[in-house]
Write a protein that binds this ligand. Sequence first.
Ligand code: AMP
Ligand code: MG
Length: 288
Amino acid sequence: MSREPELPALWSHDPHVHLRFRTGDKVGDIETDATPGFIGSKSDAPVLQAERSMRLGELQEKLYANSRAGDTRSVLLILQGMDTAGKGGIVKHVVGAANPQGVKYTSFGKPTAEELAHHYLWRIRNALPTPGHIGVFDRSHYEDVLVVRVHNLVPPDVWGARYDEINAFEREIVDSGTSIVKVAMFVSLQEQKRRLAERLERPDKYWKYNPADIDERLLWPQYEQAYQAVLDRTSTDYAPWHVVPCDRKWYSRLAITELLIEALKRLNMSWPPPDFDVKAEKKRLANA
Ligand code: AMP
Ligand code: MG
């Protein structure tokens, strides 16, 4: 397997290759406490994370700068996972390192009455990143084939038709210049229990706790099936899924940082050239 020249020495494999979903992979086989491709240890994480966050910030600034010069491209990070998988932590620690000016964050909860009156992709379309931005979806249109499927919120033929529809939708987004990075985040039931228990122990975490999380947890077998169908049916060459083990937060953060860096690097950007005469401006400034 070829190593990305820039990838830090602590990775044996590129996360974007190594974590990519492959036909036949089973959700039930995911080792949620593993750290695939990483050969460092937890103690290496803080320094490496800081370093790679800076790199991510630099690439994001380049994306933003190029959009000011007319480049219409953007990046969309889609985070899907059960409660406590760490979606919020990715937003805070990975995306949080980027300049807020260039980030468009949206979390998708239970649809509002207005949203329900529209096609399910309506609210998604409205939240797509504009040129130069990194869009971040904390949950997404995939809820419409996950929670909706598990709770029978629409008939099977309706949600059943959505996989192809989502593929066509994402094709359209990619063709319009938005690179999609899809991340499915998985924690073990045991680790989820620990994290939920922590939310019940700490007043500063009550706000994250929702009694319904336990009901969803009990439905994991159904969710496992629904996640499997998502991976089997919507991992395309233009918008592949990445499966990230999330029992160790330091690992999932490092891995998703690399997935974003890779997506930005693939845009092959340089700094936009000046649209003014630098020499002449220096002279003017000297005399101003
Ligand atoms: P949280 O991300 O913890 O704020 O929870 C948001 C909740 O909204 C989760 O329980 C999701 O399953 C639910 N949700 C998100 N999208 C949809 C949807 N399209 N239909 C029904 N429920 C949804
Ligand atoms: Mg929640």
